[in-house]
Design a binder for this molecule. Sequence first.
Ligand SMILES: O=C(O)CCC(=O)C(=O)O
Ligand SMILES: [Fe+2]
Length: 249
Amino acid sequence: MPNHVSLPDSLESLRIMGLPPAAYYISDFITSDEEQMILDRIASAPKPRWKQLTHRRLQTWPSDLVNNKLIDAPLPAWLEEPIVSRLTSLRLGPASESSNIFGHSPHLKPNHVLINEYPAGVGIMPHKDGAAYHPVVCTVSLGASICLDIHKTKDDGTLDQAPAWRILQEPRSLLITTSDLYTGYLHGIADITEDVELSDDTVANWTLLRSGASFQEGRNVRQTRTSLTYRDVMNVSKLGSKLGMFRKK
Ligand SMILES: O=C(O)CCC(=O)C(=O)O
Ligand SMILES: [Fe+2]
């Protein structure tokens, strides 16, 4: 297992073809050591950090949004490095003047991380991420592989239950979804214990996988998979720091 990563000069070669614009997949974005370090930090977070839903749990860093607003606060060091500097080093095109993926976002880098833990058999309902975030979403997967389903809406506005595309996310990978794919479609994860019929024909990012061959008979038996979703919350309130100032007086 390599203990370093080599990132491409441009994301263009890692674009997931056949999807609406645009999504990119990097199979080896962090090392196994980095993956384990982050999983350890997540596991050692104080219990009140977890928000327990019916079937899964999550953490939000630096905090929950209130009315789509983030109270200004830094991310903890273990979520900032090495991931954020790697994310902001990724360029969309080959030219040196080409923008990095957060080059048009309000804070020029992600300021918020959602940590979702999915036990086998548990997913997330198809949804859109909504208006709070700049439309660039970076998802780092930890622990195990899982399929993300992309859904269309039907002409009457209701959800098309059958996914239009599937993206397979391996542990230590990065998936970037932007623009139309972010705003015009829904994404979700099925509540199943096994992803099946995985192949070049059914998985949009098959040729970009670390190891398509490891999914024997096209199957991925689900294990606990944790994701880090990095986004830039557009509206940031300085309220927290102002309160801090008042307290000092
Ligand atoms: O865990 C994932 O890959 C998706 C999470 C997600 O869609 C969300 O939290 O909005
Ligand atoms: Fe989402």
